[in-house]
Design a protein around this ligand. Structure first.
Ligand code: XMP
Length: 324
């Protein structure tokens, strides 16, 4: 049985003993693991921790503001918000291959982080939100056959930084990390978020990534998530809670529509919602038709530039969860 207050004070003591008066940097992504690691380390060493939040321009709507408000304003954590949108967009221009896009996003992420970390010359430690399943997974790397996707994660930073590693969540499973996050004062909504891939919207915009496409996709995606969260059943669960992952995908294809007495010729978004335990196989979620209808109406009415919404009814396998 797990006594949370005891666990937290032990973890805090351990971190203090480990780092002493050294400075620590942490790459904050907005995801559950790095957020909980940041909250825990901040509890232990306060301002000796500096978080670096790299915005690649491929995040969800208002993500930057959300992260800065939650950590900067509410928790009083030192966070540097690095807007590297132009750098990422520049390197992604003209690139259509999914694996190539992942490589570029992963590489540029390391480059930006390293540059920012270099400015914090006093830092001796690099903190990461590595959790137990990550430890197991990386121990098993190379033993499996081929990889389907390279799964570039913005968590994996290079040894070249010459920093000691601080990984306070290394022994925890995901559900334990979430409970710890809530106990440390992170909002339930953030701690129980769906996973979001490191390359972000970069793998949800099919083919070439453009800022214009990312802006349209962000707005459609936010409407979808908002409507999923609104539906609450007798047990207090929404369709957001009942799905493992849900998001919109941008298709760089134009189709004809009609609005008022005019003809439109605009882009398409696909909605994807899946249920899964391990993300290795997944079922498409049987979302109620009236919910899908509301989402579609809102997207088409509110997001000028999109005039068609389709729902993805493919399972994994044979389809993957992400479209790229
Ligand atoms: P697929 O699309 O392979 O996705 O069925 C399985 C899970 O992995 C996530 N995913 C990624 N996560 N970097 C990540 O950090 C990636 O490049 C990446 N590609 C897929 C996907 O969101 C799903 O949860």
């Amino acid at each position: 049985d797990w006594n949370m207050p005891d666990y937290i004070s032990e973890a805090v003591e351990k971190i203090r003993a480990q780092v002493g008066s050294d400075e620590v940097i942490l790459g904050l992504s907005g995801g559950v693991d790095s957020s909980v690691a940041a909250a825990l380390i901040h509890r232990a060493i306060g301002d000796q921790l500096t978080c670096v939040f790299v915005d690649h321009g491929l995040l969800r709507l208002d993500e930057g503001k959300m992260v800065m408000d939650m950590f900067g304003k509410n928790l009083g954590v030192k966070v540097l918000h690095i807007d590297a949108t132009d750098q990422f967009m520049g390197h992604l221009a003209g690139v259509t291959d999914p694996e190539q896009k992942r490589k570029i996003i992963g590489r540029e992420f390391v480059e930006v982080f390293q540059r920012e970390a270099g400015k914090l010359s006093k830092a001796k430690w690099l903190a990461q939100g590595t959790i137990y399943p990550d430890v197991i997974e990386s121990a098993g790397k190379g033993k499996k056959g081929h990889t389907i996707k390279s799964h570039h994660n913005v968590g994996g930073l290079p040894e070249t930084l010459n920093l000691k590693l601080l990984e306070p969540l290394r022994e925890l499973f995901k559900d334990e990390v979430r409970k710890l996050g809530v106990a440390l004062g992170l909002p339930h909504e953030m701690v129980y978020r769906h996973p979001f891939p490191g390359p972000g919207l970069g793998v949800r915009i099919l083919g070439e990534v453009k800022k214009e496409y990312a802006d349209l996709l962000r707005r459609a995606d936010a409407i979808f998530i908002e409507e999923l969260r609104k539906t609450v059943d007798e047990e207090g669960k929404s369709w957001y809670d009942k799905t493992s992952q849900a998001f919109a995908v941008f298709l760089p294809v134009k189709s004809v529509g009609v609005m008022g007495d005019g003809r439109t010729y605009e882009y398409v978004v696909a909605l994807r919602a899946v249920q899964t335990l391990d993300f290795m196989t997944a079922h498409w979620a049987h979302l109620p038709h009236d919910l899908l209808g509301r989402v579609s109406n809102r997207i088409i009415n509110e997001v000028r530039g999109l005039n068609r919404v389709v729902y993805d009814i493919s399972g994994k396998p044979p389809a993957t969860i992400e479209w790229e």
